[in-house]
Design a protein around this ligand. Structure first.
Ligand SMILES: Cc1cc2nc3c(=O)[nH]c(=O)nc-3n(C[C@H](O)[C@H](O)[C@H](O)COP(=O)(O)OP(=O)(O)OC[C@H]3O[C@@H](n4cnc5c(N)ncnc54)[C@H](O)[C@@H]3O)c2cc1C
Length: 411
């Protein structure tokens, strides 16, 4: 039986970052990935904070060489209202840009870069079962030829994303408190891009803040366009090869005809009920990272950044453990990841309640406040010097209330 130091399940951003970091520390690392790459994945708009994780795991240069669409900010719109954030103006001293990527290319780039560093990356190998103790784990998988094989490891990092391998096998998932929502999306030809619309992601809120549209321009002239809303709405939009999705995108007034005649690059895909929680992020001989932990909602594009952040931190803790040091997985790992998730939870809640929109669409948003919010949108949710991080659970509703009172007094 093959023996390795660390087995990583899944070659998404969390897996490649974790594997690459551990390889740098001199470990024997194997990734088992179910799919053949390149493969489609949703999650195309990154946050600047993930650049730190790509850098530290030695993967940033490979991505930088790919000419992905640079993302320097994000715009939010509702009807006539527009609020544009630029990462160069953010409060935290962090990265001022990142990328918008087709995940097929991005994830392949990361996996190939990890392989070039010596990680043993195996595509079309599906993990079926894991028998784990603190000292050693035996993983059963189906290889590329359909043969069942086993691999022994000293530690496992589960980065299986939506596959949720260990949460499924060890009954670790728990339901999300969010309303079940879904998304329907495709890539569209985008030859009406203008200076004004820019190349950065934009998001339109509609349906009284219950639904929204994303548009994520890519460097090849196409744009990812998705609609998010309550599950029932998405089922309706996705029916009959996305007939209503196409009608909606082409006719949606606030898009000013940008996609009115655009060709779709593929028939619309949809995903439903993606929000999920987890009872614990670690156990005897394993840790969960990325979407295997908790996934909230796509609105603030935080998924890949959480994947790279938790991928990197899980690798650092694994390194410490394999060196024989005691790791307090609860405080050194789970609480750190959970704190970041909790900050975004407040913003997701604020988005669907409309408090976030009340703040950003007010006529005179305070510059300092805007720049502090901008840092959250850049992914710097661990910077406790930022009041919009530190007081994340109260600051949005409080501020929205004050703005509403002021606006009603001004009328
Ligand atoms: C509608 C929607 C829009 C989104 N938009 C954004 C966005 O704009 N920006 C953003 O940052 N995030 C976005 N996300 C979130 C993003 O998709 C995820 O957070 C991100 O892909 C998580 O990365 P990961 O590495 O944890 O997992 P994944 O990217 O899911 O990778 C996991 C890998 O594990 C493999 N795997 C699964 N099961 C097994 C198995 N049994 N054996 C071996 N391998 C296995 C899979 O094939 C996959 O390649 C969005 C999510 C949704 C639902």
């Amino acid at each position: 039986m093959q023996k390795v130091d660390v087995l990583v399940i899944g070659a998404g951003p969390a897996g490649s970052v974790a594997a690459s970091y551990l390889k740098k520390q001199g470990y024997d690392v194997t990734i088992l990935e179910k799919e053949k790459f390149p493969r489609f994945q949703i999650g195309e708009s990154l946050l600047p904070c993930c650049m730190e994780h790509l850098e530290e795991s030695g993967l940033r240069e490979a991505v930088e060489a790919k000419n992905f669409q640079k993302k320097t900010g994000a715009a939010f719109m509702r009807g006539e209202k527009r609020c544009e954030f630029l990462f160069s103006e953010q409060y935290t001293n962090g990265w001022t840009y990142t990328w918008q990527v087709k995940r097929a290319d991005f994830d392949l780039t990361l996996a190939e870069a990890a392989r070039a560093k010596g990680v043993d990356v195996n595509f079309e190998c599906e993990v079926l079962n894991v028998d784990a103790t603190l000292e050693r784990q035996i993983t059963e998988y189906k290889d590329v030829n359909g043969k069942i094989d086993h691999i022994e490891s000293r530690f496992i990092i589960d980065s299986s994303g939506y596959g949720r391998v260990l949460p499924r096998l060890f009954d670790l998932s728990k339901p999300s408190a969010f309303t079940p929502r879904g998304a329907v999306f495709s890539h569209l030809e985008d030859n009406k891009r203008t200076e004004k619309t820019s190349n950065n992601i934009f998001v339109h809120s509609f349906d009284n803040n219950k639904s929204w549209i994303w548009a994520i321009p890519f460097s090849d002239g196409s744009t990812s366009v998705g609609i998010v809303g309550d599950k029932e709405k998405i089922i309706e939009l996705a029916a009959n090869d996305g007939e209503k999705y196409k009608e909606f995108i082409r006719g949606f007034e606030d898009l000013n005809g940008r996609f009115a005649e655009s060709e779709l690059k593929f028939e619309p895909k949809n995903i439903l009920g993606y929000s999920v929680g987890v009872k614990t992020m670690f156990g005897e001989g394993f840790v969960l990272s990325g979407n295997s932990t908790e996934f909230l909602d796509p609105i603030f594009s935080s998924g890949v950044t959480f994947a790279t952040a938790s991928g990197l931190l899980s690798a650092k803790m694994t390194h410490k453990h394999l060196q024989g040091e005691v790791v307090d997985w609860k405080t050194e790992y789970e609480d750190v990841v959970q704190n970041g998730i909790n900050v975004f939870r407040s913003y997701v809640t604020g988005w669907y309640s409309g408090d976030f929109q009340t703040i950003v669409f007010t006529d005179q948003i305070d510059v300092e406040i805007k720049n502090q919010i901008c840092s959250v949108l850049a992914g710097y949710v661990w910077d406790k010097s930022n009041p919009f991080v530190k007081k994340h659970d109260t600051i949005l509703p409080t501020l929205a209330k004050v703005i509403k009172i002021k606006e009603s007094q001004a009328q």
